[in-house]
Design a protein around this ligand. Structure first.
Ligand code: DGJ
Length: 690
């Protein structure tokens, strides 16, 4: 192998870079493994004076400067005003599972450390970039993306992201990129409900076949994903912190590390989803609960909204415990003067009109029923009608010359201030130290606006620093209370991404709990995010109210089953049904939360929705089949095959009161008919290895 070529060897792939004669770090290959001796750098040439050598080069990390007439991953301004960067190869180090390549701009003594963490049991490479200012003057970073990806130059790629909204998260969309640039980003302060901080690029891949290149950002603040196809048919993708209203001042001797990117190359979407699922469980989620299954929880929000008190919550808790819930979460409404969404945020002390003796009686009652207790907070927010705002109006993001814009009657606290961060931590800490609270649902219900701050010299840092402050508080809570489970919620799925999932144990995926809509939302989520983290409530909600409890439970069982229905309004028979569904979920929960997922059919293409989960040891498989809202589709005799089973083992299942026994080989090769007639029907089929 050439000495200036670096190969990252993962389970099934090679990722290869090399340094050319000019010291430029080139991207050489990402995909199937080849003999390493055959990789080499390629010295481009100036084709004519309008297209420079660098226009043609696939650079591993492009910087702004010289004759690059395309997007750059890094743009900085040096103290003397120079905005031209020249980074060339300086050194390389390789430790077990970690390759670090340092480039340097020697004129200004600034290094760029590109780091690649990898393993031999998966194909995910964790990338990050650190800018090290060894010089003696500050520099300003105007753009510092976490990674640049170069794809093989072939016919146009399809680029998958989401195009959703509140209540309609994770609706995946595909753009075929013939030329030019497609951009997905958030400018809201959180990742938000529309685009997702991930990208999937392929040509005509299916669930089982075709090259799939993907990357997900470990950051849930303002993000940007840019994919460009240029005049040479080269497709490049850059992703990282959005450069919208961003800059970061890096003082002499300081470093800045951009958020991580998890990227991979697989054959087909199923391999992508399962590999990312396992990688997140093993490497991203907070260690405390990553490998433990999550409890079935009850959440009070849809039943009681702000109208919470000890008597009613305990009445709900008694039924929740009886049907098999393991955790009871009291949502919004328990604090300050919180009787509706107009007041109270910021005052994180118990509302004594609703709970005259504090929360002790409720929490003891819940515990005595055998359930843990959890509580809702919205720590980043304050309302003008609150004691906190009356005392500390300057603690919000604001400009003195502007009237602050309210959304849901609330303002965003300036978490980049040390005193605000301490206040927020102390509020939760004092509740956690006083009561046996083992779960916090951390909500966030509005994007930022008027983002003025007087505590930072460079106000454009605040978007990034706010996100880091959220992560820092979550980490401190986990450290002080190792048993604590944290749920990240932002009006539903505004924070359902891998940045949050490095610091929170699970996410709330959507405020839309309609079980039919939810199948679409869950499908998009399942592309790159771990299914155990996806809280999925069974509720009474839904425009598609024709959905039976079978349908509702079979939808919610495909993640971390939770209940949000008004249990006090259910009759005995319904509750007995709930009890049986929850017991069934517990018997398959490990397969769903930790097994492999196969998306066998979906409404758009097949008129029926079928997903299959298979435990890692292939001893159990769980199949969910849900028919469409119209029975028209069901006339078409859909057929499907199972996947992922042990071909040499026999499996048994009960279906329609009969027991069936078949080999894995049969089940994976024989096309089975969907024999469920009628609209909005749903079945769960459990296969156990004999
Ligand atoms: C938005 C969340 O997504 C809901 O689940 C609920 O917690 C409400 N906020 C409470 O205000």
């Amino acid at each position: 192998m050439q000495k200036n070529v670096f190969v990252i060897n993962t389970l099934n792939t090679h990722y290869v870079m090399g340094v050319n004669d000019d010291g430029v770090l080139q991207h050489i290959h990402w995909g199937a493994k080849m003999p390493v001796d055959e990789y080499s750098v390629f010295n481009e040439w100036e084709h004519n004076s309008n297209h420079s050598e660098l226009d043609y080069t696939k650079e591993e990390y492009s910087v702004f400067g010289g004759t690059r007439y395309r997007a750059a991953a890094l743009k900085c301004i040096y103290a003397d005003g120079c905005r031209d960067s020249v980074f060339t190869f300086k050194s390389v180090t390789r430790d077990e599972g970690l390759l670090e390549i340092t480039l340097t701009d020697s004129e200004y003594d600034v290094d760029l450390v590109l780091s690649y963490a990898y393993g031999s049991d998966h194909d995910i490479i964790t990338r990050s970039v650190t800018v090290v200012n060894n010089g003696n003057a500050a520099i300003t970073l105007e753009r510092v993306f976490s990674a640049e990806l170069n794809l093989p130059s072939r016919s146009p790629y399809k680029v998958i992201n989401t195009n959703g909204s509140w209540g309609a998260e994770f609706l995946t969309e595909s753009n075929e990129l013939n030329n030019g640039t497609v951009v997905y980003e958030s400018k809201k302060g959180i990742a938000g409900h529309t685009h997702s901080p991930f990208v999937i690029m392929h040509r005509d891949a299916t669930e089982d076949w075709g090259d799939v290149f993907f990357a997900a950002l470990g950051y849930g603040g303002n993000f940007k994903i840019e994919v460009n196809r240029d005049f040479c048919n080269t497709t490049r993708c850059m992703l990282g912190i959005s450069d919208f209203d961003f800059s970061y001042t890096l003082g002499a001797g300081e470093k800045f590390t951009a958020p991580k990117v998890y990227m991979g190359y697989t054959c087909g979407f199923t391999a992508m989803s399962n590999m990312m699922n396992d990688f997140a469980v093993d490497n991203i989620l907070p260690k405390g609960y990553a490998k433990k299954h999550l409890p079935v929880l009850y959440n009070s929000w849809e039943a009681t909204e702000f109208d919470v008190n000890t008597r009613d919550q305990l009445a709900l808790a008694r039924i929740a415990a009886d049907i098999g819930c393991e955790l009871f979460v009291m949502d919004d409404g328990w604090f300050g003067k919180r009787n509706n969404d107009r007041a109270g945020l910021g005052d994180w002390y118990v509302n004594t009109d609703k709970f005259p003796n504090g929360l002790g009686e409720l929490i003891d009652g819940v515990n005595s029923l055998g359930m843990d207790f959890g509580l809702w907070f919205e720590p980043e927010m304050v309302q003008q009608d609150s004691d906190l705002y009356r005392a500390r109006p300057e603690w919000t993001y604001h400009y003195d010359s502007r009237t602050p814009s309210l959304l849901r009657h609330q303002l965003v606290l300036n978490l980049t201030r040390d005193d605000v961060r301490e206040y927020v931590f102390d509020c939760m800490d004092s509740m956690l130290s006083k009561y046996n609270i083992r779960y916090i649902k951390w909500d966030m219900n509005r994007p930022f606006s008027e983002i003025g701050t007087d505590n930072l010299e460079n106000g454009k840092e605040l978007w990034y620093r706010h996100t880091m402050a959220v992560y820092d508080i979550a980490d401190r809570l986990h450290k002080k209370y190792p048993y604590l489970q944290l749920e990240a919620c932002a009006s539903g799925g505004g924070r359902a991404e891998l940045g949050a999932m490095e610091h929170f144990d699970m996410v709330w995926t959507s405020d839309n709990t309609d079980p039919l809509d939810r199948l679409y939302i869950q499908r998009g989520y399942s592309m790159l995010y771990p299914r155990k983290c996806m809280r999925a409530w069974v509720t009474d909600a839904g425009g598609s109210c024709r959905c039976s409890d079978d349908f509702r439970f079979n939808t919610s069982m495909q993640g971390s089953l939770s209940i949000g229905s008004h249990l006090l309004k259910k009759d005995k028979k319904t509750l007995q049904g709930y009890k049986e569904y929850i017991a069934r979920y517990k018997s398959v929960r490990d397969t769903i939360q930790f097994g492999d997922l196969y998306r066998l059919a979906n409404y758009d293409c097949d008129g029926v929705f079928i997903t299959q989960y298979v435990s890692k040891d292939k001893s159990q498989s769980v199949l969910f089949i849900s028919t469409a809202p119209t029975s028209l589709f069901n006339k078409q005799d859909k057929e499907f095959v199972l996947k992922g089973l042990d071909p040499n083992a026999d499996y048994e299942c009960r279906y329609n009161d009969n027991t069936y026994r078949h080999s894995g080989r049969f089940l994976m090769n024989k096309w089975h008919k969907v024999t469920i007639g009628g609209a909005l029907q749903s079945r769960i089929v459990v296969l156990n290895r004999v």
